[in-house]
Write a protein that binds this ligand. Structure first.
Ligand code: HEM
Length: 447
């Protein structure tokens, strides 16, 4: 009886807190949005993570699930848009693969000039074949044995060579993942081309809301270049075999054993998909995490103390928490394969029409007071399950274990330096140029 009463009390308290948060968010959005409107910076205002967090708080409080006729995502066929903001509902969408499908297949096929890549596949033989083979080629144990130590070494060298003034994007956050693909993936190549190709192709696959024709043309050209490059790299490796413990060699070993999906074409397409996922993503996530820490002096000091004490686990907790506040992607999207519902049997039940694009707001889910303790506070004691940083369910990031090791390895040598700070002026802010990915981010420290 006492437990039931306590549960009712907690539920009422949480409900009031969620409404209160929603109202406060609304008031702040009106005041600050008004200011942005007057100063002509409304676009930038809506791109800020803090603004998006407030919009999600308002929605979670009053309209947790929305369904609209309007088409927001124009690059993949759909009949309208739905948005779900509560954690439970986001996970429901990402778990129900048969009802909410991944959409990337059409563009993925354009990039490979034929076949799909596993992120664009529904459950079935093709998905199982490709993920199984690639998991054998990219072994989880490689991360601790090969990937992390090399990333830590390259990162330390880059920071040490900088003499206290560093543009971390070219010197560090792109250098480390590119080096990982060159050596551990075994695909080599020039850094400039790999970064350029993978950044364009990532943008084309995941971020092209407007179906930009110029981007389409650029992506087709660069996908052709990347395909040719990878075909050449596979041929060259077969002509001059090595015994390096890299993904390409493992794929070729699987090919010799007649493993399904490991023809030269299969290897090339799988490599193409992994490369697109690996380089711009790690760079951007590293910059965002550091940017958030630099905005929070206490959290920065605590992350630095963890780095100096060699407490890798605690340092990583700071990074995940920073990415909760400043995420790589605020939503993950799927398309409804039939008329259906989300959050059935609740007051927030929403009907979804076949063909609607459903945005599961992972950013919002990580702040859902009903499931996340003390969501507004920067805390370093959260369980890993609280985070949805690189997807959820069947399509959870293939590189999750790599990310968990490499992003802290990139940031650690910087955090160990004394008086780490932004460079003065705009140089000390992330500069994405005309893309969605950092191009420059100048920092300083006492050398
Ligand atoms: C911080 C860096 C990264 C972030 C933020 C990130 C983000 C994501 C997200 C959100 C998804 C799920 C997409 C969806 O469900 O629609 C995903 C899937 C995927 N990622 Fe990553 N990723 C990162 C790094 C990597 C790396 C290093 C690789 C390659 C080793 C990679 C390869 C993939 C692949 C292949 C999938 C599809 C998995 C599947 O369909 O089973 N990603 N990633």
């Amino acid at each position: 009886m006492m437990t039931a009463l306590a549960n009712v009390f907690i539920w009422v308290f949480q409900r009031l807190a969620v409404w209160g948060e929603g109202l406060l968010a609304l008031a702040l959005l009106i005041v600050q949005g008004g200011g942005a409107l007057v100063s002509g910076t409304l676009g930038a205002f809506f791109l800020k993570p803090l603004t998006q967090r407030r919009i999600f708080a308002l929605l979670r409080g009053f309209w947790p699930n929305l369904s609209l006729n309007r088409i927001v995502m124009k690059s993949y066929e759909n009949t309208g848009t739905a948005l779900v903001t509560r954690r439970e509902d986001c996970l429901e969408v990402l778990n129900r693969n048969a009802d909410f499908e991944v959409v990337y297949g059409t563009r993925m096929r354009k990039l490979t000039a034929g076949d799909n890549f596993f992120l664009g596949m529904q459950p079935g033989w093709d998905y199982t074949r490709d993920t199984s083979a690639m998991r054998l080629a990219a072994r989880m144990t490689d991360v601790a044995e090969i990937v992390q130590p090399r990333a830590a070494k390259i990162a330390e060298q880059a920071v040490a060579a900088s003499g206290g003034k560093i543009d971390i994007v070219p010197s560090l956050t792109l250098q480390v993942p590119w080096d990982m693909t060159a050596h551990y993936f075994g695909t080599g190549g020039s850094r400039e081309s790999m970064v350029d190709w993978t950044t364009t192709l990532f943008t084309y696959l995941f971020l092209d809301l407007e179906a930009d024709a110029q981007l389409d043309a650029r992506a087709m050209e660069q996908a052709g270049q990347l395909r040719d490059y990878l075909d050449g790299a596979i041929c060259a490796r077969k002509a001059r075999p090595t015994d390096a413990p890299d993904i390409l060699n493992r794929c070729l070993e699987l090919q010799s054993a007649d493993t399904p999906g490991m023809s030269d074409l299969g290897i090339r397409n799988n490599m193409l998909g992994l490369l697109i996922g690996a380089i711009p993503t790690i760079s951007r996530a590293s910059c965002l995490a550091l940017d958030e820490l630099l905005n929070r002096p206490e959290a920065l000091a605590s992350a630095q103390a963890a780095a100096r004490a060699g407490n890798d686990a605690l340092l990583a907790q700071h990074v995940w928490e920073a990415l909760r506040f400043n995420p790589f992607n605020p939503v993950i999207y799927r398309r409804a394969t039939r008329d259906t519902q989300v959050a059935a049997s609740t007051l927030r039940r929403i009907k979804i029409r076949k063909g609607q694009m459903v945005f599961a707001a992972n950013f919002s889910a990580c702040f859902d007071r009903f499931e996340i303790a003390d969501p507004g506070r920067f805390r370093t004691d959260r369980p890993w399950e609280d985070y949805i940083i690189w997807g959820y369910g069947m399509h959870t990031c293939f590189g999750a274990t790599i990310n968990q090791a490499v992003i802290p390895a990139i940031l650690e040598p910087l955090l160990m330096r004394k008086n780490l700070r932004r460079a003065p002026g705009v140089a000390g802010q992330i500069d994405c140029g005309t893309s969605s990915f950092p191009e420059h981010f100048h920092l300083e420290f006492d050398s």
